[in-house]
Ligand binder design. Structure first.
Ligand code: PLP
Length: 445
């Protein structure tokens, strides 16, 4: 039986729910990334490193809500913190005490952060960081990396995953292509696109647009393009260029922050940006984000300065309680050691499975995150190289893994696998075994 037919046979409740839901919710999902063919899976519950779908089928989960569930699903410590806070009020309209300890814990992990503000989503955090950089410099242009995703903001949703590869433009001079209809042309013109790991290309753009660029926005490790680590000295050069051209470096640690390490990519690669953005892991599964940086910059925010930042739910008590429990009690140094060990085991298992089955593929990895680039000989150094991978083969891998009870990553070739504090060695072994079976099946088909 074809794998897609097995999927349909296994998941009748998801199919029925999709048919019902898609009548009233476009595509039957509330974020497009959850959609895949023939129809998405719908989940009933999660616990630790596992999820159960509407048919009661169990999955080892390596998507982990795209990096938000590093604490593990329904982690008892976080559940208790949320329950306790709910009894005392979920939204008070005045700031509660949790924001203080949580901000200090983030600053302990990221010593260059002198002040921060909370928000609810990664998209808000990057939006406000860009607004702040524009307010500070009085300039409007921003530079971003081809293939990078920073939320669906008009200014940053440019040359992320254009519908056709040709829209990426010349390899020497990447184009600024809006990913969404409805993006104002004026907005597209404000966003300049360069390759990750290409300091020379960055310098060319900064020279050409001298005194026009407010900020460079980049992740420390390019995620959402598979997983691509920075080459040696790349960030030293980026920092030097920012200083030379009077530009702010905004480091987007929404996905990597408190995930790749206690202090995220900043700690791993010794990067000191001017502003940094967080979300996902810091909320322990609740909607919580933050942006922060040097005091002189953060003091430009209202009511101290003229850069506006609002939000009814900012630093709401439920999210700060969940975030605090997550960062102080769950994601301890012991937890990172466990997560990294399991991440290494998973990486090695996948590399062995590829070698043993003779499938042509490269494996990207940074601590607990990883991905398979099918059809590539070596790990790419930027999105352009990564996007030459065999996406059709990745789709086969995806459906095969689902049929074997594994959610190998987010639902597209450019997503990553993750490991949580609640995954167990047996989960990792199950994933490795399923990878072997899947690759053998793909090779045979
Ligand atoms: C690097 C990065 N920045 C920003 C965002 C946007 O975060 P959110 O989905 O919370 O708006 C994402 C989401 O995946 C992300 O991966």
């Amino acid at each position: 039986m074809a794998e897609e037919d097995i999927y349909i046979k296994n998941t009748p409740a998801s199919k029925a729910f999709f048919e019902k839901l898609s009548q009233i919710i476009p595509g039957g999902v509330n974020t497009a990334i959850q959609f895949f063919k023939p129809y998405p899976l719908y989940m009933a519950r999660g616990k630790g490193g596992k999820l159960w779908d509407l048919d009661g089928r169990e999955y080892v989960d390596h998507c982990l809500a795209y990096g938000a569930m590093t604490a593990g699903h329904a982690n008892p410590i976080i559940v208790e913190a949320i329950k306790e806070q709910a009894e005392r009020g979920t939204l008070l309209g005045f700031q509660g005490e949790g924001a203080d300890e949580l901000a200090r814990e983030i600053m302990r992990r990221y010593p260059y952060v002198e002040m921060l503000r909370f928000a609810n989503t990664g998209m808000e955090a990057t939006f406000y960081a860009v607004r702040l950089a524009r307010g500070i410099t009085g300039r409007t242009k921003v530079v971003k990396m081809e293939g990078s995703y920073h939320g669906a903001n008009d200014v940053l949703l440019i040359s992320d995953k254009p519908r056709r590869r040709i829209l990426l433009g010349s390899i020497h001079n990447p184009a600024s292509t809006p990913d969404s209809l409805g993006t104002p042309k004026e907005n597209v013109e404000q966003t300049l696109v360069v390759h990750f790991n290409d300091a020379d290309g960055l310098e060319r753009v900064l020279k050409k647009h001298e005194n026009e660029v407010a900020a460079i926005v980049t992740e420390p490790v390019l995620t959402n393009s598979g997983i691509i680590t920075p080459e040696k000295d790349y960030f030293r050069e980026v920092r030097r260029l920012c200083d030379e051209y009077g530009i702010l470096l905004i480091l987007d640690e929404v996905k990597t922050g408190c995930n790749l390490a206690e202090g995220g990519g900043s700690q791993l690669y010794g990067i000191e940006p001017d502003l940094v953005t967080f979300a996902k892991a810091i909320g322990g599964g609740s909607p919580l984000a933050a942006f922060g940086g040097k005091r002189e910059y953060m003091e430009m925010i209202t009511p101290l300065g003229g850069v506006v930042h609002y939000g009814t739910y900012n630093a709401n008590p439920l999210s700060t309680a969940a975030g605090l429990a997550c960062l102080k009690k769950v994601l301890t140094s012991n937890a990172y050691a466990k997560i990294n060990n399991l991440g290494e085991e998973l990486y090695k298992g996948v590399v062995d499975a590829i070698a043993d089955t003779g499938i042509k593929a490269a494996v990207g990895r940074c601590t607990m995150m990883g991905c398979i680039f099918f059809g590539l000989d070596k790990v790419p150094k930027n999105y352009r190289e990564a996007s030459a991978c065999d996406a059709a083969m990745w789709n086969k891998y995806w459906i095969n893994m689902l049929n074997r009870g594994i959610i190998p990553s987010g639902s597209a070739w450019f997503e990553e696998w993750m490991v949580s504090a609640m995954h167990e060695p047996e989960d990792i072994q199950k994933t490795i075994q399923a990878t072997y079976d899947t690759l053998k099946n793909i090779r045979g088909s």
